[in-house]
Design a binder for this molecule. Structure first.
Ligand code: TYD
Length: 138
């Protein structure tokens, strides 16, 4: 699979400002380029813990720091890049075939994930060697 870390882009999301607070709206096939079939969020992450450590075969995701901040390390088997997420009105789109690790969670972080598919255990590639084989078409 040829997907690259450069296909994983930061998407600015709509933001309605109000003196009583802000609203950000995310709509599938409108401001994210896929249908949203599932939403989940990571929270209460102890300091120093990492998450992720896998890739997906088909899944597209939009990852948002709904609160506080964390880093996402992306790896396509050739190139790596680290993206810091720290604003609730920006999302990082991760395309299929990208190894990701989430780290450096600050206190109170909420990692909101919008996903293009329902949960399927067989869509995960959990070992880095298996990921490299997948990228090489094996
Ligand atoms: P996992 O995706 O491995 O977490 P992370 O990448 O954030 O470290 O999921 C952790 C556990 O939760 C794993 O046992 C699978 C389960 N899970 C579901 O049952 N449904 C879901 O939609 C998700 C995202 C995870």
């Amino acid at each position: 699979m040829k997907s690259s870390v450069y296909d994983c882009v930061i998407l600015p999301l709509s933001k309605i400002n109000n003196r009583a607070g802000n609203i950000t709206i995310v709509e599938g096939n409108k401001n994210v380029p896929f249908e949203i079939k599932r939403l989940y969020y990571l929270y209460d992450i102890p300091g120093g813990e990492d998450r992720g450590g896998h890739a997906h075969k088909e899944l597209h995701q939009l990852i948002i720091a709904a609160s506080a901040s964390f880093d996402v390390m992306l790896d396509d088997g050739t190139n790596k890049k680290i993206v810091t997420l720290n604003r609730p009105d920006y999302g990082l789109m991760i395309v299929p075939g990208i190894w990701r690790e989430l780290m450096e969670f600050s206190s109170g972080s909420i990692c909101l994930v919008l996903a293009s598919e329902i949960y399927l255990a067989q869509d995960y590639i959990r070992g880095y060697d298996a990921f490299k084989s997948f990228k090489n078409g094996n």
